[in-house]
Write a protein that binds this ligand. Structure first.
Ligand code: NDP
Length: 322
């Protein structure tokens, strides 16, 4: 088995990981980039991206990711395909195993992202980018003046409903219970918005119309009466939460109560030499451009660390979540 050493290893190839690869590549650090199963991140599931600066007419999500990858490769980033099977942050250099191949690295940039939860209907993923979305800020504009629905009862659902209410004709929030999980302030704001409507105690059991390749309506089931009904709509936003991809980090690094990596003053984690960028450490903004921004920050932070700038650890004792 071969062992390879790098000064920088980046895990994840969404906008955060690829921007970190570009910057560390241009800094002559020859980064190793681990490209996992969900290569390219969430933008691979999107069609047109209209809010990434620099593309007046928009760009397809997968094309943007391919361009970012090629740009990083041009500056010396090398890519290895496979999932990280183990990670040891207890000693430096850090140990990373990709599949069965071991690597060591002086610094690590974690950019593994977060995955949006889906409804497990199958059809929701099939119609992703064709009327089904997990990001109102990204895709709301495509539904200007139309009727849309949001699934979920948390803060994200409220925030997205309020955002969409300014663009769409009506927004129907469909929630599986009769009480919202969202904070009171967000609930109040959503409930006082005239074009936000509510359907309670209801689950989505089907999304029409996969044969047409677009969303035309939802099949709904009232969870109390069992009654089935249809709601014609042009788009549906699934806002039932995200799962940060941090399984391998549990117990090795400080995570918050939802499993996101905690960063301090930029992209530093509580482990010196380990930096985090993008959605794996951000459950608030979650945009391609903010992920790219933190990827750039992580690259600069790693470069500084390698040149001897101390990695200040948090003053409050960090307790890793187990
Ligand atoms: P949450 O986990 O808070 O809420 C998820 C919602 O989706 C819940 O209402 C849940 O229902 C529902 N849900 C979950 N699974 C399913 C399913 N399979 N079918 C139907 N409905 C389902 O996630 P959020 O993304 O809303 O928020 C995550 C965190 O981020 C929270 O801590 C939140 O406060 C925070 N946040 C804060 C914001 C702000 O302050 N501006 C904005 C956005 C998020 P049920 O309630 O029945 O469990």
């Amino acid at each position: 088995m071969s062992s390879q050493h790098r000064s920088v290893t980046i895990i994840g190839t969404g906008p955060a990981g690829l921007t970190a690869a570009l910057y560390t590549g241009r800094a002559n650090l020859s980064p190793l980039v681990v490209e996992g199963i969900e290569k390219g991140g969430q933008l691979m599931l999107t069609t047109t991206v209209e809010n990434y600066p620099g593309f007046r007419d928009g760009i397809m999500g997968p094309d943007l990711m391919e361009d970012m990858r090629n740009q990083a490769e041009r500056f010396g980033a090398t890519f290895v395909q496979g999932d990280v099977s183990s990670l040891d942050l207890t000693q430096r250099p850090f140990r990373i195993t990709v599949g069965k191949t071991p690597y060591t690295s002086d610094t690590l940039i974690l950019a593994t992202g977060a995955s949006a939860k889906w409804l497990d209907l199958g059809v929701d993923k099939q119609l992703s980018g064709r009327g089904v979305s997990t990001c109102a800020t990204c895709d709301g504009f495509f539904f200007k003046g139309l009727d849309v629905a949001i699934i979920g009862g948390g803060d994200t659902a409220m925030e997205e409903a309020i955002y969409l209410s300014k663009l769409c004709s009506t927004v129907t929030v469909i929630h599986r219970r009769d009480t919202l999980r969202a904070s009171k302030v967000m609930q109040d704001k959503a409930k006082s918005t005239p074009n936000i409507k509510w359907i309670w105690n209801t689950a989505v059991v089907d999304i029409k119309d996969v044969t047409k390749g677009e969303v035309t309506g939802l099949v709904l089931k009232n969870l109390e009466s069992g009654e089935i009904g249809e709601l014609p709509i042009a788009g549906v936003f699934i806002a039932i939460g995200h799962i940060p991809n941090t399984t391998l980090l549990t117990g090795q690094l400080t995570l918050d109560e939802n499993g996101y990596i905690v960063t301090y003053g930029g992209t530093r984690t509580n482990v010196p030499g380990v930096f985090a960028a993008g959605d794996v450490q951000d459950h608030v903004y979650r945009q391609a451009v903010t992920a790219a921004g933190t990827g750039c920050m992580a690259a600069i932070d790693a470069e500084r660390f390698l040149s001897g700038v101390p990695h200040e650890t948090p003053t409050v004792a960090a307790t890793a979540q187990v």
